[in-house]
Design a protein around this ligand. Structure first.
Ligand SMILES: [Zn+2]
Length: 156
């Protein structure tokens, strides 16, 4: 079960996702917390950076590492507004993070339990604790609202 703190940090990640939506980006946000301290907040910046790797999780990991002066984030929890994709799940695993908390599952690209489970694969040398479905409805609404508003007129 998610604790009160988890809800609080997820709300912070949702704030980031909302900023992404306002900037015309797919609304995904991420927050990294180490020892009770927020060390990174990021959002999807794929369009602005014209970069396929500029997902919220990747940018948050970079920021946290810079701030802490180390790549290993084994005392950190990452909060993401939706299930990470294979690239981000891979990066979260590479950073040796302790815990992953996310909102709704991603049926098309989820790599933390849906299509793959990169963060808990025992063939790899690191597994995370995972909490899913945190503030799921808020995040689903945010994503659906974004795609509904952005979808061009349908051509068949
Ligand atoms: Zn990703």
């Amino acid at each position: 079960m998610p604790g009160d703190k988890d809800i609080e940090y997820m709300k912070m990640a949702i704030q980031q996702a909302m900023e992404a939506a306002a900037a015309g980006e797919v609304p995904v946000g991420a927050v990294i917390v180490c020892d009770g301290e927020v060390v990174a907040k990021a959002r999807n910046e794929r369009e602005e950076r014209e970069s396929a790797v500029a997902h919220a999780e990747i940018l948050a990991i970079e920021e946290a590492s810079k701030r802490l002066g180390r790549w290993r984030l084994s005392d950190c929890t990452i909060y993401v507004t939706k299930e990470p994709c294979p690239m981000c799940a891979g990066a979260i695993y590479q950073a040796r993070m302790k815990r992953l908390v996310y909102g709704p599952a991603d049926q098309k690209a989820g790599a933390a339990g849906t299509l793959y489970n990169i963060v808990q694969d025992e063939r790899l040398n690191w597994q995370l604790e995972v909490e899913s479905g945190v503030l799921e409805e808020e995040n689903v609404r945010l994503l659906q609202g974004f795609f509904r508003a952005r979808r061009p007129p349908h051509h068949s």
